[in-house]
Design a protein around this ligand. Structure first.
Ligand SMILES: *[C@@H]1O[C@H](CO)[C@@H](O)[C@H](O)[C@H]1NC(C)=O
Ligand SMILES: *[C@@H]1O[C@H](CO)[C@@H](O)[C@H](O)[C@H]1NC(C)=O
Ligand SMILES: *[C@@H]1O[C@H](CO)[C@@H](O)[C@H](O)[C@H]1NC(C)=O
Ligand SMILES: *[C@@H]1O[C@H](CO)[C@@H](O)[C@H](O)[C@H]1NC(C)=O
Ligand SMILES: *[C@@H]1O[C@H](CO)[C@@H](O)[C@H](O)[C@H]1NC(C)=O
Length: 364
């Protein structure tokens, strides 16, 4: 969205906001002062310290960006192009990596493109679906970049172990907790946080895995209500979302929460099947899911830990013609944040073909 359009949208939105809620219309404009706020200007030199670098967790809620799949091993030029689009057209502040690229120094390209486009990164140690040890080499390669690239701690907000290592049964929960603790120790000099990217059900089926919940710095939740045995339309999904969220509120010790792999599929495939005969997968429902989240934006903003921030699943360059945003909207809740806007209207995300693993078994 061009800046002029954005400012215009801000103007038409602030008026009703000011009329209906004068208390929230006076908001400190912090959006120029911290990474990766919308108007932040990345300095030409790398700062000498991380003091006051990151935006505070409580200023980060509602839509923050996309999951971005790296299995294609995008070139640095492609990463720059996509990150530019993610930042400027969709007003994102973060990308959450998804999948894996094992090309040497790939993460350095991610770092450079993220820095260049003022995007924070939720990096990922990808376990894949084969229940093997391939993640160990991926972790080592990522940690090498994190330690050697001086920009790394300025763009990498958190390292995730994922996706769904508990649900997939890659590691017993006590070993996963130990890996999180080791990773935190390894990255502590860089002040980079560590988490696990997981479904509520992944924890629940391992007796709650409280050791993992205690070890992680933030809670990076997979919120995929389409797969619930009670699913119908996205419009009816809020009780399902709330049910999972409440579980994390009760067991998460007040940590910052993200809906990290988050969405509603527009199509099914042989490996992506609902667990409810009433579940509808189509583009209107895919879109409606994000409308539902935005309708509960004020609630999500107040959730313990500084409010829930959410990623949309998933940014796709190969489906570019399908997800062009033609009528961007601003929302009162996101506006008081001053950080971003999100186009809810016709976005068509990539079908969940990359979730082609055991999600169908979630409630089986
Ligand atoms: C916040 O600051 C930016 C950059 O100066 C400006 O463009 C934007 O309009 C401000 N937002 C508000 C709501 O004042
Ligand atoms: C930064 O991103 C822009 C937009 O994609 C690109 O044209 C430019 O080459 C990039 N610069 C660097 C140093 O990567
Ligand atoms: C961090 O882990 C990497 C391997 O993943 C290792 O090579 C490095 O020595 C570790 N550094 C510290 C400070 O523990
Ligand atoms: C890292 O996690 C801690 C909680 O363990 C949190 O207080 C802190 O804000 C996080 N840092 C960043 C940069 O997100
Ligand atoms: C979603 O439900 C609300 C009422 O709960 C209704 O007003 C709205 O029209 C529904 N949207 C769709 C797309 O069905």
């Amino acid at each position: 969205m061009p800046l002029s359009t954005l400012l215009f949208t801000i103007l038409i939105c602030i008026v009703p906001l000011a009329l209906s809620a004068p208390a929230t219309s006076v908001v400190e404009n912090t959006s120029t002062s911290c990474f990766p706020a919308l108007y932040f200007k990345t300095p030409s030199n790398i700062p000498s310290s991380l003091n006051n670098w990151w935006c505070k967790p409580e200023t980060e809620y509602a839509f923050v960006g996309f999951s971005y799949e790296v299995t294609a091993c995008q070139s640095r030029a492609q990463l720059n192009q996509d990150f530019y689009d993610i930042r400027h057209r969709f007003q994102s502040r973060y990308i959450r990596l998804y999948g894996a690229c094992d090309r040497e120094d790939f993460y350095d390209d991610v770092i450079e493109a993220a820095w260049n486009n003022t995007l924070g990164v939720h990096a990922l140690v990808w376990f894949g679906f084969n229940l093997d040890d391939v993640w160990i080499g991926r972790r080592d390669a990522l940690f090498k970049s994190l330690h050697s690239n001086p920009k790394a701690p300025f763009v990498t907000r958190v390292v995730q172990f994922g996706s769904e290592p508990l649900f997939d049964g890659v590691l017993p929960h006590d070993q996963l907790a130990e890996q999180v603790i080791l990773a935190k120790a390894n990255l502590s000099s860089l002040h980079i946080n560590v988490t696990v990217s997981e479904l509520a059900y992944g924890f629940q089926e391992r007796g709650g895995a409280q050791d993992v919940l205690d070890a992680i710095d933030s809670i990076n939740i997979h919120m995929l209500p389409f797969f619930s045995s009670s699913a119908s339309t996205a419009n009816n999904s809020w009780p399902l979302v709330l049910n999972d969220l409440n579980w994390f509120i009760q067991h998460g010790n007040g940590k910052k929460m993200y809906f990290d792999e988050n969405g509603w599929p527009s199509v099914t495939s042989p490996s992506v099947q609902p667990n409810s005969p009433l579940a509808v997968a189509d583009v209107p429902n895919e879109q409606e899911y994000y409308v539902v989240l935005d309708q509960h934006c004020e609630f999500l903003k107040e959730v313990i830990g500084g409010g829930v921030a959410w990623f949309a699943h998933i940014y796709s360059d190969d489906m570019e013609p399908g997800y062009v945003s033609s009528s961007p909207e601003e929302h009162a809740c996101t506006m008081t944040n001053n950080h971003h806007a999100f186009a809810v209207t016709p976005l068509v995300f990539q079908p969940f073909d990359r979730l082609a693993h055991a999600l169908v078994e979630r409630y089986a």
